[in-house]
Design a protein around this ligand. Structure first.
Ligand code: MRU
Length: 390
């Protein structure tokens, strides 16, 4: 496991020439491992919408690289700096609409907008400033994942069974993932950790992606259909739950893949500590509570057909939210690159975001992450922070 980082799948990279990107097409996994080139604005939007690239941090990285690629194309056409800025605003406005819940998308685009606002020079110089910002976002994400993994690995002694939902692993980020990062860090240190991966209906990110990347890394993984989690908790409960997030509200309510909330309820019922792992780029201080988070609803055919023949009559209605909200009260801790935050979350999340922004202006990310949080509440497990089993 010592070379784990170098064997992390490459989710996105620049194509030769730096005017387009190559993504690992996640809709084809685990059957086919194939890169797809994205060159136009429509290519980038389609790839994000169709989940060829997915996972909150990777969506942000893809948007940033997409904008920089389009910027270089425009510069190569020889457009004026004014025309360049006008075009950029149009691309950014459209990309922002690609998916509504993962706040990393608007966060990354906001960073590029700010970089352009503060830059001067020819279209070529402006394009290079944007490409540098996109690379910085990608690189920072890799370091934030590593820092999250190191903080959360302190919750593992070795020998644990971890349950996770959807895919918040390396395929969802530019690094070793968020929810799976501590598993990789523990494995690197020679500690055995087993993972239960919820299949994650309807698009099966758990079985197709989480099980794929963990198996590839030599980590023991067991897939279960989502409706089997209750039985698992009742008969042989996992020790800890680690999930990612698409947006964390200022009060610590968490939006994540549909099915996360029932997992948190189960964990609560069975005294299993439930942790959310996400970079500060996923924390949205402008959204006060989970009720304010926009929830994406997807094509009914994703439920009706899945990946094959009709599984429900065409005329049947379909309820298909892509995300749900887990209230902060069910979350034992939120792990960011700044440390492990404990409830109540309002102050510690605000401090973490402010600290990350300050660090970004000066020092490298993840070097001085502290506990960042308020003292824990209630009777909690000394290492995991969760409620003790009855
Ligand atoms: O619809 P998806 O596959 O983009 O949903 C992804 C998730 O819900 C992840 O858990 C979340 O984005 C965190 S990824 C580190």
């Amino acid at each position: 496991m010592n070379n784990r980082e170098s064997s992390t799948p490459v989710t996105i990279r620049w194509a030769a020439g730096g005017t387009s990107a190559l993504i690992l097409d996640q809709t084809l996994l685990p059957n086919v491992r194939e890169e797809k080139e994205l060159a136009t604005l429509d290519d980038f939007i389609e790839a994000i919408r169709s989940l060829r690239v997915r996972g909150a941090p990777l969506i942000g990285i893809t948007a940033a690289i997409g904008l920089a690629a389009l910027a270089r194309q425009a510069a190569a056409e020889g457009v004026s700096a004014d025309e360049f800025r006008t075009r950029f605003d149009g691309w950014a406005d459209r990309l922002e609409q690609a998916r509504p819940t993962a706040v990393n998308l608007v966060w990354a685009i906001r960073r590029l907008r700010a970089r352009l606002k503060g830059a001067s020079g020819s279209a070529g110089e402006l394009a290079e400033a944007l490409a540098a910002e996109a690379d910085a976002i990608h690189d920072e994400d890799r370091r934030m994942c590593r820092a999250i993994g190191e903080h959360a690995a302190t919750l593992l002694r070795g020998g644990e069974a971890v349950i996770t939902h959807c895919n918040a692993g390396s395929l969802a980020t530019g690094g070793i993932g968020t929810a799976l990062a501590p598993v990789y860090v523990a494995a690197e240190a020679g500690r055995r950790v087993r993972v239960f991966a919820d299949e994650t209906r309807p698009l099966l990110q758990g079985s197709r992606l989480t099980a794929w990347e963990l198996s590839r890394a030599g980590i023991e993984v067991t897939v279960l259909a989502d409706n089997m989690a209750g039985s698992l908790f009742a008969t042989d409960p996992p020790d800890i739950a680690f999930v990612g997030s698409d947006r964390i509200a200022a009060n610590g309510d968490v939006a994540n893949k549909i099915g996360t909330y029932p997992l948190a309820v189960l964990a609560h019922r069975h005294g299993v500590p439930f942790y959310v792992l996400a970079p500060t780029s996923t924390v949205d201080l402008g959204t006060p509570t989970g009720a304010d988070i926009p929830i994406e609803h997807r094509d009914p055919d994703e439920v009706r057909r899945g990946f094959g023949p009709l599984l429900a009559p065409e005329e049947a209605g379909v309820y298909s939210p892509a995300f749900d909200i887990t209230p902060a009260e069910l979350v034992a801790g939120i792990v960011t690159e700044r440390g492990i935050h404990r409830p109540p979350y309002v102050d510690s999340l605000a401090a973490a975001v402010a600290g990350a922004e300050e660090e970004r202006r000066g020092r490298p990310i993840g070097r001085d992450a502290g506990s960042g949080g308020s003292p824990s509440r209630g009777r909690r497990h000394p290492r995991t922070g969760g409620r003790r089993r009855a």
